[in-house]
Design a protein around this ligand. Sequence first.
Ligand SMILES: Cc1cc2nc3c(=O)[nH]c(=O)nc-3n(C[C@H](O)[C@H](O)[C@H](O)COP(=O)(O)O)c2cc1C
Length: 167
Amino acid sequence: MELNEVLLARRSVRKYTEEIVSDDMIAQLMHAAMSGPSACNIRPWEFHVIKDAEKLTQLRSATRYSNITAPLAIVVVGNITGLPRVLAPYWIQDCSAATENILLKATDLGLGTVWCGVYPQEQEIQNVSTILGLSDKQIPLNIIHVGHPAENPQARDQYDSSKVFIH
Ligand SMILES: Cc1cc2nc3c(=O)[nH]c(=O)nc-3n(C[C@H](O)[C@H](O)[C@H](O)COP(=O)(O)O)c2cc1C
């Protein structure tokens, strides 16, 4: 797909078929994720790829709005172990950029995704950390549900000129 087509076609998908996401597609998503920008190129990200049915079930109730049945989930985690205090807070931007790359690459591959927020909700961070066995230096940003779409939200352009300020 051409880039502009991918940008407009990326929509949140909340209904999926049971077809699994191939390992080759997962690898492509991981390459896209790690192509993102990162403050001082620290790359504090981790990508926890969840295929296990039991863990997928647990993740569905880990946050208030993540009850989505997809064959795969990717939890994007910021690992701030050993980072200088001045750099550590940038994990959020770094992991967000990586997340958007995953969403766009998935769209390009014909997959659906939805970004379900975890950070900064304390209880939801704790729920996901318990499921994945994370330390307090590994902070889950989101759960991205991934799969073959069973619904087809239309591509759309949300351009709004009132949000643009030329100085
Ligand atoms: C930080 C963040 C958190 C989100 N959390 C959820 C969520 O918990 N559950 C959900 O179904 N969608 C979630 N979304 C998806 C938004 O609802 C969605 O992006 C928005 O409605 C725009 O629709 P679109 O993605 O189809 O363009 C989240 C998106 C972002 C960026």
